[in-house]
Design a protein around this ligand. Structure first.
Ligand SMILES: Cc1cc2nc3c(=O)[nH]c(=O)nc-3n(C[C@H](O)[C@H](O)[C@H](O)COP(=O)(O)OP(=O)(O)OC[C@H]3O[C@@H](n4cnc5c(N)ncnc54)[C@H](O)[C@@H]3O)c2cc1C
Length: 425
């Protein structure tokens, strides 16, 4: 059976949700499809993996997000294929859907750069499932190490960008505070976190001042840095570096890059850098009619010609902008080129320690003020009042009392085919 909708949006991440909200407010009939029945807030996944906050703080049911927008219908289904030229979609269960206007906003998947062993053995951090799997793996390793007189835990984080830095910093602080308090100081002394990257410094996109600050803080909390060496192999007991040396790790976290997934590759659209679609400045895909590609699966250039990074703020603003162009399409108006408001970027390095470079002028903050800005910005961006309250409570609990949000983590540990995680209560 073939159903017809004015606008079909595939992917309910930052871009898809922003577009659907804007269209719903204008009464446009939208079908929003996602493999999960919840919207996940990726910037805080590392906090779930390190037991700082629970899943229910970062996963919000989509039907709750859209409960007041009656023209937006949510469909939980994994999309198997997209035909951009036909503007048609086929779901995993074989349902075929036809759109007057199609929006592809399916995000990205980890890019392992064909590194031997990486896809099979490393833990990516791109979904709630990834985060709970990593959290379970870490907790179980700690339990095992605690049961043995000389048990130890080594974790390798690959990738010194914001995700890698935030993860490594949080893990090292967990060892310093949580493992000492809930397990034993002796076990904490036998746990190590390593951060590896092929470039010489962490946080490559930030200023050298921010890089130095982050490097010093990571070293202070005990992260062992291995910079300037690429990973050539991921093994069960660690990673091999380009110079042939090894870094030990029972768990290897992959924060080493992203690319567009198979759905985008099979859509019939020409792929650019990172397998993403080079969209026109009005966010439409070139060469086809009525198709928009947004967020992490698109290479977006704004009206000033600047190439924009894969960030939540870019995805969210592009979603909103695309909605206004879609409304122009439906009413016979003229599309306008996307104008991005650059608010800068920030990264958490640890308790009371963050770096922020704000606005187009990149006003730099380091330390406590950057940390407080980071908390406020992420609190404001989190979707849902309940989620904000849960996150705030967990942060107060964790940062002031040094108490993890959840000491018990359950879930699969070994690498398994990706599966859906349940939404938070
Ligand atoms: C760990 C981490 C930390 C980050 N920190 C920051 C930060 O601090 N600040 C910042 O600005 N950005 C940050 N980012 C980047 C930001 O999260 C992304 O740029 C943003 O999520 C992209 O939004 P999107 O809508 O394009 O894709 P996503 O948010 O990835 O959403 C894509 C959606 O598509 C769905 N989907 C995918 N395939 C299918 C399919 N076949 N069928 C149905 N549904 C499908 C997925 O389930 C998902 O809900 C971070 C990213 C990560 C991974």
């Amino acid at each position: 059976m073939e159903d017809s909708y004015q606008v079909v949006i595939v992917g309910a991440g930052f871009a898809g949700v922003a577009a659907a909200k804007e269209l719903g407010r204008k009464g446009v009939r939208v079908l929003l499809i996602d493999a999960n029945n919840y919207h996940q807030f990726q910037p805080l996944l590392y906090q779930v993996a390190t037991s700082q906050i629970g899943v229910s703080a970062i996963a919000r049911p989509l039907r709750s997000v859209f409960r007041r927008l009656k023209t937006v219908k949510v469909l939980t289904a994994k999309v198997e294929s997209v035909d951009a030229a036909q503007r048609s979609i086929t779901t995993e269960s074989g349902q075929r859907l036809q759109a007057e206007i199609l929006v592809i906003a399916v995000g990205a998947v980890p890019n392992f750069f064909n590194t031997p062993g990486a896809e099979e053995l490393a833990f990516p951090l791109y979904s709630v499932t990834d985060a709970t799997r990593l959290g379970s793996g870490l907790t179980r390793l700690l339990d095992q190490a605690d049961n043995s007189p000389d048990g130890f835990v080594d974790v390798v984080v690959v990738g010194g960008g914001p995700t890698g830095v935030e993860t490594a910093g949080a893990m090292a602080e967990n060892i310093k505070y949580v493992v000492r308090k809930y397990f034993s100081p002796a076990l904490a002394a036998r746990c190590r976190v390593h951060l590896v990257d092929m470039v010489p410094s962490v946080l490559n996109m930030f200023s050298s001042k921010s890089q130095s600050y982050a490097t010093e803080h990571l070293k202070k909390v005990g992260v062992q840095l291995h910079m300037g060496q690429g990973v050539t192999e991921v093994r069960k007991d660690g990673v091999t570096l380009a110079d042939g040396s090894s870094v030990p790790g029972q768990i290897v976290v992959w924060a080493g890059g992203l690319k567009a997934g198979d759905l985008v590759a099979g859509s019939g659209l020409a792929q650019g850098r990172g397998g993403r679609i080079d969209v026109d400045t009005d966010l439409t895909a070139p060469g086809v009619e009525g198709v928009y590609v947004l967020g992490d699966c698109a290479n977006i250039t704004d009206s000033t010609g600047a190439k924009l990074p894969q960030l939540g703020s870019v995805a969210q603003q592009a979603g909103k902008w695309a909605a206004s162009n879609i409304i122009a399409d439906l009413k016979g108006g003229t599309r306008t080129p996307f104008r991005y408001v650059d608010k800068g970027y920030m990264a958490m390095v640890g308790r009371g320690a963050a770096v922020a470079e704000l606005g187009r002028k990149r006003i730099q903050l380091q330390g406590v003020f950057a940390f407080l800005s980071w908390l406020l910005v992420h609190l404001a961006l989190l979707s849902g009042l309940q989620q904000k309250i849960r996150a705030l409570f967990s942060w107060l609990n964790g940062y002031i009392l040094h108490s993890p949000a959840q000491v018990v983590v359950s879930g699969p540990v070994e690498k398994e085919p990706r599966e859906q995680a349940p939404p938070g209560p």
